[in-house]
Ligand binder design. Structure first.
Ligand SMILES: [Fe+2]
Length: 192
């Protein structure tokens, strides 16, 4: 059971998310959906409605967590599970750190949303390098924090390699490919 895009947008507004976090979430969803569609064209079986909903809702509780200092991956996950969206809760729980053992033979919804979130800084697509430079500036206040970010960076690079080995695309061309795909769709000539 997965809420529609409209239902997700309604939840985001009703939950009082900051506008900039909503903008970020919309862009993460755009990237995550694009990657999932491309992966599925290559034979993966990524659950598109799940990816879309989880990407839209991944920062649902971040606004209040800025005050409470709680972990928004955990509180967001709990909230979604409480209202019956178990799988969305799973994906949200993993959007910062992927903790679950990864299946080398398939790309999970968790990996797609986690990776898409790392490619969007505020509401702009950036490289992992750029994103992690920014994260280090904002959160790398101690040796330990820097070490954790470095670990996260290399984990994310691994997901990037895994995804792009299947897509046979250049990760640096993500924005261009996405734009071209959307243009093609607008013209009604969906490229295969
Ligand atoms: Fe987040």
């Amino acid at each position: 059971m997965i809420p529609t895009r409209e239902e997700c947008l309604k939840m985001m507004v009703q939950h009082g998310m900051l506008e900039n976090i909503i903008d970020h979430s919309l862009e993460v969803a755009r990237v995550a959906i694009f990657l999932s569609v491309q992966l599925n064209k290559k034979g993966e079986r990524v659950d598109l409605p799940l990816v879309e909903a989880a990407a839209l809702l991944h920062d649902l509780t971040k606004t209040e967590c800025l005050q409470t200092k709680e972990d928004h991956a955990q509180t967001g996950s709990r909230l979604l599970k409480e209202i019956g969206y178990e799988r969305i809760g799973d994906v949200i729980a993993e959007h910062i750190y992927l903790s679950r053992a990864r299946d080398p033979d398939r790309i999970s919804e968790e990996e797609v949303v986690n990776y898409a979130d790392k490619r969007v800084q505020h509401d702009r697509i950036v490289s992992l390098e750029e994103r992690f430079e920014d994260l280090k500036k904002r959160y790398g206040k101690s040796e330990r924090a820097l070490e954790l970010l470095e670990g996260l960076r290399s984990d994310t690079l691994e997901i990037e390699r895994k995804i792009y080995a299947i897509l046979e695309m250049d990760p640096n061309q993500l924005e261009r490919h996405l734009f071209e795909e959307e243009e093609a769709r607008r013209r009604g000539t969906d490229r295969k």
